[in-house]
Design a protein around this ligand. Structure first.
Ligand SMILES: O=C(O)CCC(=O)C(=O)O
Length: 297
């Protein structure tokens, strides 16, 4: 019997043309992490206390048309903390009161960052690496299932977005593999076909930058495998982690501000989070001690 392939309906591509697969600007190193570094990272993770932030401040109403929600996953930041309620770092306009000075990288991450920076210097033309480039920011994303009303729901994904920090970004993965996709900007509600899909394996390093991957394209985490029954550290009430991703980014130091020097409104927005962090962190305890007390407390 003749088997006919089903007729394909053409994808409704948006205004932005989908590029052919282009690798300049995207680099993947499958077995990057040594067993020793992996063990050190897992040990480091057992001692952090991530926050499960809300998207907007509880001090101010969400912008028109938006509603308050918790992020899909708990996070921890090193170098500087970009609180969701301060709307992250968005140069050129969104730079003030966005990046709050945070703890330094532990030795294992400092070593990795030195190596990644030397790879970046070799992989990217200097025009794509900003002056003073230094991966001084690390976002630790925890992927897994969250408990809601007695049920466990898979929330291991990230919607399409761009990382606005200037220059290349690098990401290191531990645990179950994740499918990361790059898509071109498109009309909202339209399903965008990826022009590059990359499985991010346990122990892998991905680096991307340049005009296509960093400036024009969006990326998303489409899904995370669930095959190995992993429960990665740290222990978090109501959350079970099967993948951890560390992304390294560059924020110019002039835009990183200590908690105590935040504007009054931003300080009010994040004070509760800093108080929670201070329960386990001398760094944030000292930041709180230097800040003027909350006048309403
Ligand atoms: O988890 C990943 O691999 C990507 C995370 C990501 O897209 C981000 O932190 O901006």
């Amino acid at each position: 019997m003749l088997w006919l392939a089903p007729k394909r309906t053409p994808m409704p591509y948006s205004r932005a043309k989908r590029p052919q697969r282009e690798t300049a600007g995207h680099y993947y190193f499958k077995d990057y992490l040594s067993a020793g570094a992996r063990a050190e990272l897992l040990h480091f993770l057992t001692n952090i206390h991530p926050l499960w932030e809300y998207r907007y401040s509880s001090e101010r109403p969400p912008p028109a048309g938006r509603s308050q929600r918790r992020l899909l996953r708990p996070v921890y930041w090193l170098g500087n903390w970009q609180f969701a309620c301060l709307d992250y770092y968005r140069p050129p306009r969104g730079v003030a009161d966005r990046c709050v000075k945070a703890e330094a990288f532990p030795p294992v991450l400092a070593r990795i960052v030195r190596d990644v920076e030397s790879r970046v210097a070799k992989l990217f033309p200097s025009a794509q690496v900003p002056r003073g480039f230094h991966l001084n920011t690390c976002l630790i994303n925890l992927y897994g299932d969250r408990e809601e009303g007695g049920r466990w729901l898979d929330s291991a994904r990230v919607g399409e977005h761009r990382d606005f920090e200037p220059g290349p970004v690098a990401s290191l993965s531990i645990g179950e593999r994740a499918l990361l996709q790059f898509v071109m900007p498109h009309r909202s509600g339209e399903r965008a076909e990826p022009f590059l899909s990359q499985w991010l394996d346990d122990g892998s390093l991905q680096v991307f930058g340049g005009p296509l991957y960093k400036d024009r394209a969006l990326h998303r985490v489409q899904r995370v495998d669930d095959r190995l029954n992993l429960k990665l550290p740290p222990a978090i009430a109501g959350f079970s982690t099967r993948r951890v991703n560390f992304t390294f980014r560059f924020v110019p130091e002039t835009h990183v501000i200590p908690f105590e020097r935040l504007g009054a409104e931003a300080r009010r927005d994040v004070r509760g989070y800093v108080e929670v962090l201070a329960r386990h962190s001398a760094f944030f305890r000292e930041a709180l001690a230097r800040a003027a007390p909350d006048p309403d407390a």
